[in-house]
Design a protein. Sequence first.
Length: 184
Amino acid sequence: MKIYTKTGDKGTTSLIGGTRLSKAHVRIDAYGTVDELNSYIGLLGDQPVNIKRKDLLKEIQDRLFTIGSHLASESDKSRKILPDLLEDDIVLLEKAMDEIDRQVPALRAFILPGGHESVSFGHVARTVCRRAERAVIHLQQGEEVEDIVIRYLNRLSDYLFMLCRIMTLDLGIEEVTWKPRVSK
């Protein structure tokens, strides 16, 4: 099977189920942003500081593929069986955040992205996750999207913030805190 089909040369792509949509359609934007996020999660998994978190990051990538398959499918026409996104997937993220929270110092200020390349990659992933969440919410305003997809993305962005905090601790660097400039 060739990777190129030429069917998208006129700016359209097909959903699972056969319907063709503009590549600029909100649905395509939503699952394209989830795909972009998945790439950043892969980048985070490749960071030496995350060696002990590699399995969890791979699990997250698998769940993002699940979300992508749901977003790329026609709910009323697709006869394909799609992988499941479960409440346990959200609980897994919450447990990981609770574990990190026990290890990092209490948060007393806003954190600026940066301090180390790996941490910066984490913050980019976090912001792409928030963009994916917004795109899916936009899609949900006009089409059916399972609530669990939005809840997962919301929890994932929280996890990515906490991941940045634990990477900072593991790397032995200080978090970059925001010090607002206030005119007197």
